[in-house]
Structure formats: C-alpha cells, structure tokens
Design a protein around this ligand. Structure first.
Ligand code: PMV
Length: 306
C-alpha cells in the first residue's frame, strides 16, 4: 500500500482571493493558472499495519497533512497509519508556495496507496480541501478552477510560455494566504473586484484561445495589481511586496517600453513571476542579469503517479 505522486505548483493568471465557504475552501471567484515545470513536489505515501502513528519526514505544516490524510482515509474506510515522504524541486526558503503542489501530490499519492480510484474532478475537489489553489495543480497545462472543480482548458504543449520566477526571497513571517482569505471582506474594494472579474476572466480566456500574448499579459498584470489592492486594504492589511519587488515591476514596464513583451505577476509573497513567450526567454534573462536567482518554468502537465 504505497504510491508516489508528482505535482507541479501553478501560477495564477487570474487570482483566487477570498472564499464563499471557508470549510469547503470554496473560492469567491473562478481563477485561471498555468502549471510550472520546475516547481515540483514529489510525495510518497505508505500505509501499513506496522506503523504505530502517522509520520511525515518533512513538510510545511504536518497537522494539515495529517488532517488531509484523515479525509481520504475516511472515504476509503481504512484505519492503518501512514508514513509520508515529501520533497520539493525548489528550495522552500525561496518563498515559492509549496502548498498547491504539496496537496495535489499528497492527494493523488494517498488515494492511490489506499487503492481508491477517483476521477480527475474528484481529485481536484479533494485537493482543494487541503489548499485551495492545489485544485489547479491536478489537471494538465492551463487550468480553470471554478466552484469545487478544476479542469484543463489546454494541455501543456498548447502554448510555449515561460514563467521566469525572480527570487526576491521570503521574510519568513508573512501572513499566510490561508489566513488572508478569511479577512478579505474587510477591504472596501473586494466587492468591486468581484464585479470586475467576469469580464476579466473572459478576456483571459479569449487571449488564451487566440494566443494573443499582449492581451494575456495585460490582463495578468491588471488582475495581480487588483488582488494586491484588495490585500493591502484588508484589516489587517497584507503587504507582500518588498522594495525589490516594486523595483522589478518598474523594470518590467521599462523593458516593455523598449519593445520586449514581458509582464509580471506576484502572489502572496515578494517573488516576481515574469511571463513571456519562449522566443523572448533569452532576452528576459539578459535583462534580469546575475543579481537574482531565477527559476525558469515551462507549462507542465498536472499531478501524476510515478
Ligand atoms: O491556495 P491558497 O490558499 O494558498 O491561496 C492562493 C492565493 C494566491 O496565490 C495569492 C492566488 C492564487 O490564485 O494562486
């Protein structure tokens, strides 16, 4: 009763910020993302009569991992204890969120070790209970998550984009996104964000469908700034940017003025994700120079068993 699963992190083009049901982690709005080829979690889960207790060798939050295994164990009707081994392809100290890849890999490995076969739809709904954005790391490539279900809009080979993550670092004491979702309604701008989103989501889907990079980049940046506007006006306010984050954002605009099509997006941390087409990867890397550590991602397939 042992299985190993691999799952990618993902970057949201249209962000998930806020929930309509905290327990079910039901998102307040649909979101759209791309799976990241170089930010991967590999997780092995084994169940055995020999184990006296659940154990995990590493992980960002052991109790959240145990709670998630309990959910799946209850569905399978099994009481055996589990040993979990999990590792990330990226250093956790970099501030790259590992909860999406982590819970997607954990869900698939646990289900498979228990011999329960779930549909992709069921796996997305289960992963979401561990961490909302983990639902988007189950299907392939470019993914839309709405309500309890995430599905692939396009496979990873559909459009050769890059997400070059510029590692600015992590302060280590950031307010977690998990806590931030709960206070989103204290921002006077949250309702405005919800009103603006349907049109923005349509623009993002159209840009993907037409492979219109400029339109995609513009909507990605717009939504990033809009989400951070809400974050910064919540009580307590959440400021995830550092001076370096802002400097890189300014640089990106400058590079664009010089004719290089590249756009930025930022999640609940200071690192900046630079989105460009494959043909401009080298130019973007030259612009970044040697000051920062970077992680170059291509679109990736979703969670799968090893
Ligand atoms: O899945 P969570 O609870 O870590 O929330 C993710 C929130 C953002 O990363 C800020 C946005 C997103 O859609 O990924």
């Amino acid at each position: 009763m042992k299985a190993t699963a691999v799952a990618p992190a993902n970057i949201a083009f249209i962000k998930y910020w806020g929930r309509i049901d905290a327990a079910k982690k039901l998102p307040a709005n649909p979101s759209i993302s791309m799976n990241l080829s170089a930010c991967i979690t590999t997780t092995t889960v084994e169940f055995s009569d020999k184990f006296a207790s659940d154990e995990v060798t590493a992980g960002f939050d052991k109790q959240r991992i145990f709670d998630h295994i309990d959910r799946i164990r209850a569905i399978a009707g099994i009481t055996q204890k589990a040993h979990v081994e999990t590792k990330n392809s990226f250093p956790t100290s970099t501030g790259i969120a590992s909860s999406a890849s982590g819970f997607a890999a954990l869900t698939l490995a646990t289900a498979s070790a228990l011999g329960v076969s779930f549909s992709e739809k069921e796996l997305t709904a289960l992963s979401q209970l561990g961490s909302g954005s983990a639902a988007r790391s189950i299907p392939d490539g470019f993914v839309k998550w709405e309500g309890e279900v995430a599905r692939s809009l396009y496979p990873s080979g559909y459009w050769d984009l890059r997400d070059i993550v510029v590692i600015v670092g992590s302060t280590g004491k950031d307010v977690s996104s998990n806590a931030g979702h709960d206070t989103v309604r204290t921002s006077p701008y949250f309702q405005e964000r919800l009103r603006a989103l349907p049109e923005r989501i349509s623009r993002c889907e159209r840009a993907l469908q037409q492979k219109n990079f400029q339109e995609l980049g513009q909507v990605i940046e717009e939504d990033c700034l809009d989400m951070h506007h809400v974050m910064q006006t919540q009580h307590p306010p959440l400021f995830y940017w550092t001076d370096e984050t802002k400097t890189i954002m300014d640089e990106v605009k400058h590079w664009r003025d010089q004719g290089l099509p590249v756009y930025f997006t930022v999640d609940a941390g200071p690192n900046v994700h630079l989105i460009c087409e494959a043909g401009n990867e080298t130019s973007v890397m030259e612009k970044i120079g040697n000051t920062y550590q970077v992680i170059v991602n291509k679109p990736a397939k979703g969670a799968h068993l090893l």
